[in-house]
Design a protein around this ligand. Structure first.
Ligand code: ME8
Length: 658
């Protein structure tokens, strides 16, 4: 059977809006999936939402809306947030999906039949935010959850129990025989000492909670929310249902989770599976917490970096790269906007971005845009650069595959630094002055171009959009996501087209300016922003509207104006006026737009340009082609000559104009 890969994120509670913590685990899972796919491995990524339990019931009550309506709206926010970040999951599971609910009842039935579930009475304390029963000193009148700092609920009711106490030795055997089951080592040790401390039987149902899955044959009881939630990892693949036939193909999983939910995944979940006789996950990999001011970012403290603020100033690739590179996966890490800007400037703008633009600019200037390949005798790639890049590739693969993303990227950036130094050492600008057709110049530029080609392939999982953009600017065909760097040979024959416009993949960010903007955003509500002053109308220009025709700011904000980069442009056959352009609007997929500017702009002059598009215009067909948005241009003179709106400074794709 060929190798497969199945990665999961936690399914997120729908009692708060998505923030950078949720984005973190999800982007890591997405990058890993891209890494595996690029290497030809049949891969599946699961994410979703955890929608049952007392806390969700309470959140809906606080909003005064029916629970289903509440969860539906938050699920949409999570989906939109992940789509905006360019996450490409294979399935979104909701614990309110009927197929999941039926399979959870089936799993319950199996445990009951095998003698692991019995009925009893539970009395104790419960935290609705952790969804966890807490051991507290019974003398305390009103104990408080140490994590959420909220009063615990007193529970005294009939309950079904899971025979957790019977699982202790089997769990300890698992951790001993499969040290890879819980990673990193520090978390494994934590789990072992917890289980060695003894396991009490676990209350597995509640009569005082209604929002959940009923116990089969005893619907007065609702199944404990963690039993319901953990089961998602198998029900999603079609275990116990026939909505998908993926269980045999993809199970066992790699579960990515934060350390806040270690015990549920590394102790409860394998215990349920052992009891049910189901194969265990391959690994529970536990990452640390993103911190702000030394404290966990999240809904409890309300101190998380907001995704909408990030999107206003940074591209998806910048955010993704920063999270993978800055924080050692497995450890806690402080994240700040300042550190993000520094990383972008040093690693992306000055590193990969600079290497790409200097290499492509030289090809444009010295070789009329046609990348040189060594052909004549005596012109060969530099052997030293080649071998250093081969070892960077091997190191990257080993580290990324072991989830050491930061070290993997360090290895790739060593390769970038090497090629950069090679260019500087061989000063092609001097060679070009002496003889623009020399073999040496050809060999130097060919080596730089070839090195860049391999480095771009290597960084695809961490920079999916920018690497695609650089790849196209290099005149290379195909999707880099589908080109395996390990089977890409150095110097192989390639079909390379000419290089046209070059636009920097990573603009250098102005730290002071961005920080001032971020500070003011956190103090200014969008409605409070004054409208921009209007420029005085001049004769040939349509006068500004009279007061009675003016629109309210609410009307203006309906128009979604976004920054975009033109990736491709061509004439629409049999049309004098229309150009078909493909633009990157900072979304996972590029868009096609038809623009009536063919009489004034050549397609090749547009590629790489930053433009403004109306992003929320209903799609419309012209000449059988769908246009998904509109390009903004000033209309000048009697003829209405279009002049495309652009920027004097670099701005990330997807940034909103307002
Ligand atoms: O626990 N740093 O959902 P949840 C890093 N529904 N990661 C963070 C983070 C931070 N500051 N904050 C959140 C639940 N996360 C359950 C899971 S799974 C069967 C059920 C991430 O919405 C991290 O992955 O509280 C953490 O484990 C998860 O969000 C918790 O999400």
């Amino acid at each position: 059977m060929s190798e497969t890969f199945y990665v999961t994120t936690p399914i997120y509670y729908v009692n708060a809006k998505p923030h950078i913590g949720h984005a973190y685990t999800t982007l890591v899972a997405d990058s890993l999936t891209r890494f595996k796919r690029q290497r030809g491995i049949d891969s599946f990524m699961l994410t979703g939402t955890d929608e049952h339990g007392i806390n969700i019931e309470r959140a809906a009550e606080a909003r005064g809306v029916p629970v289903k309506q509440h969860v539906d709206s938050i699920v949409e926010e999570f989906k939109a947030a992940f789509a905006r970040l360019g996450v490409d999951y294979d399935l979104w599971i909701r614990t309110t999906d009927p197929y999941h609910e039926a399979s959870v009842q089936k799993l319950w039935g199996i445990l009951k039949e095998r003698g692991y579930i019995y009925k009893g009475h539970y009395e104790g304390w419960f935290c609705g935010s952790c969804n966890e029963f807490k051991d507290v000193d019974e003398k305390t009148d009103q104990p408080v959850c140490a994590i959420h700092e909220k009063p615990l609920d007193r529970i005294a009711e009939e309950s079904y129990f899971f025979k957790f106490s019977a699982m202790q030795q089997r769990l300890l055997d698992l951790y001993r025989d499969h040290p890879e089951f819980v990673q990193p080592e520090v978390r494994r040790n934590e789990v072992i000492s917890f289980v060695q401390g003894g396991l009490k039987d676990l209350s597995l149902s509640r009569v005082s909670v209604k929002w959940g899955i009923p116990v089969p044959d005893d619907p007065a009881h609702t199944i404990y929310v963690w039993f319901d939630a953990l089961a998602n990892y198998i029900t999603a693949l079609g275990w116990g249902n026939d909505h998908y036939q993926g269980f045999d193909r993809y199970w066992p999983a790699l579960h990515l989770v934060g350390k806040d939910i270690l015990r549920f995944h590394a102790v409860y979940w394998p215990a349920f599976l052992i009891a049910a006789g189901i194969e265990l996950p391959r690994t529970v990999f536990v990452h640390g917490m993103l911190l702000r001011g030394g404290q966990k970012m999240g809904k409890t403290l309300g101190n998380a970096i907001q995704l909408n603020v990030l999107h206003g100033h940074f591209t998806n690739d910048m955010i993704r790269y920063f999270l993978l590179r800055e924080v050692a996966f497995g450890q806690d890490g402080e994240v700040t906007y300042e550190a993000l800007i520094d990383r972008v400037n040093s690693d992306l703008a000055d590193g990969l971005g600079n290497l790409a633009s200097r290499t492509l600019t030289m090809i444009k200037n010295y070789f009329d845009g046609v990348p040189p390949r060594p052909q004549a005798a005596g012109t060969e790639f530099d052997e030293d650069v080649r071998s250093i890049l081969e070892s960077a590739k091997a190191a990257f693969d080993g580290e990324f595959g072991s989830l050491n993303f930061s070290r993997a990227l360090e290895a790739a950036w060593r390769g970038i630094a090497r090629v950069d130094k090679y260019i500087t050492d061989h000063h092609p600008w001097k060679l070009a002055k002496q003889d623009s057709n020399s073999d040496e110049l050809r060999a130097v530029i060919a080596t730089a171009y070839e090195g860049l080609r391999h480095l771009v392939l290597l960084t695809v999982p961490a920079l999916p959009d920018a690497t695609r953009q650089i790849w196209r600017q290099m005149g290379l065909g195909g999707e880099p996501l589908h080109i395996n760097p390990n089977t890409t040979t150095w110097g192989e024959g390639l079909d390379i087209s000419k290089i046209y416009a070059i636009s920097p993949a990573f603009p250098k960010l102005n730290k002071e300016k961005i920080m001032a903007e971020i500070d003011s955003e956190s103090t200014t509500a969008p409605e409070a922003q004054p409208p921009q002053p209007q420029t005085a109308p001049t004769s040939k220009i349509e006068p500004a509207k009279a007061d009675s025709e003016k629109i309210a700011i609410d009307d203006f904000v309906k128009i979604d104006l976004r920054v975009a980069t033109v990736l491709e442009a061509e004439r629409v056959p049999k049309s004098d006026k229309l150009l078909r352009i493909i633009v990157d609007v900072g979304e996972p997929q590029s868009r096609q737009i038809l623009a009536g500017i063919a009489e004034y702009y050549k397609p090749e002059d547009l590629v790489g340009r930053k433009i403004v598009v109306v992003a929320n215009l209903a799609p419309r067909k012209m000449r059988g082609l769908e246009s998904n948005g509109m390009l903004l241009a000033a209309s000048v003179g009697e003829s209405g000559r279009p002049v495309i709106a652009t920027f004097a400074e670099d701005v990330p794709n997807g940034a909103r104009l307002k």
